[in-house]
Design a protein around this ligand. Sequence first.
Ligand code: ADP
Length: 474
Amino acid sequence: MERQENCIFPTEDALEMILMFDRYGIISYANDTAKKKLEYESELCGRNISDIFPNTFYSTQDGFKTDYLFGHKLQKLAAYRKNLTCFPVEAKILDGCTDCGMYICMANDILEKEFLNKEIEQVRQEAKQALKVKSEFVANVTHELRTPVNGIQGNVRALLEENSDAKIMKSLRLIERCCDDMNKIINNILDFSKLEAGKFVLEPRRFHFRNMMDYVRNNHMNKLTEKGLGFFMTVSPQVPEYVIGDELRLVQVLGNLLSNAQKFTAVGKITVEAVKTAQVNDKIELFFIVKDTGIGIDKADKDKLFESFSQVDASISRKYGGTGLGLNICKQLVELMGGKMEVESEKGKGSTFSFSVWVGACEKDEAAVPEEEAERPLFVAAPAQEEISVEKIRQYGTSENLECLQKNLSKLILCVEMENWEKAEMFMETIRQMTEGAPREISRVVLKLKMAIQKENYDKIAGQYAELSRILQA
Ligand code: ADP
């Protein structure tokens, strides 16, 4: 016992059970926690360690036998109480106490933890099941919704071909647009629920990269030109001609970012860039940048952007429409493709969305595109405002601003005459942004014009248009 004085004796009030025993397995020390947990009073000392851990230690005449690997690694054992009931512990038993030749066992009761783990697992399983039921329900409902919407759309198209009555045509076009919007929402909800349930499967196949980029550009060209926005698209020469990936989903991500860029940009330009950033064996990392000079995003709102159903603020959803699912879906798709999506933005200056994806390289096409061809930008559409600073166009009262305002006002009135209210609202929003900071008499007329357009009141529009033109020309 003398030698024990050099041992680092554990404190009585330790939360873990502490036992010390000799090479015969005889326990010479037990702290209060051990006595309490094992339901012994003072008689724990003198007992054999094989009474406490009968599945791990066996008592023999020469000492104890065990397969236990002594050391600092925690191991799960069954500890037996005096009444022979047992409970799980996480224990480490050290045989390193050379001064006294004693073994020290430190063990934590994990009954509660195990119980909690079981409960957590059960809750997890229930949540998984609920999610499965929910996603199956959403998948069924959206599928069922798609059929009638397509039915309405088909009939409306047929009626549009047969009819020539202006009033009926107007209503039919409105129904057609509503069907388009509904289809977009249905597709988004379907994608979202599949991604959420972890059931989304990518369909990679070989495709022509530049043709895919061309397709994305063609889908947006009309709107970009209509708005008078500059548009630049470049693909770096290092990107191979063919790659293996899910073309449809890449088009979806790029299309969504481009739609947003165009939706939230009134003046300036949009640029799309694709570069190759890395190659590991037959896998290539591609990096895409979609940059605009639009309304930008507040620092505080940036983190909310990729959350589902998030639209920064309610006024945005009223003004620009949308469900707030697009970016969340894009982010999840990009992550499925092994990449990451990020955004840099400054309120009032513009936004830059970027993302990376991993695609497969095609053996035969390693040589990529001839240098001289690939060097030139894939596409450039640069209206007159391209060279002019966006700042100047935005700043009310500059000659660039007034010229651009006049142009948008003319386009707006043309749309009103053609009863294309959606486009009229688009030009109205540009005019509103370009008159921010204008004198109050102008802001007032702009507001009245905006309200007249929302009400589709031709007479009031004509009045406010004339008034605004007069002020701008003065
Ligand atoms: P939605 O389909 O409603 O546009 P998104 O998830 O695509 O949904 O976008 C969510 C919100 O993020 C938008 O409502 C808008 O507030 C903001 N946002 C997205 N892209 C841009 C951008 N290029 N410029 C400014 N705001 C943007």
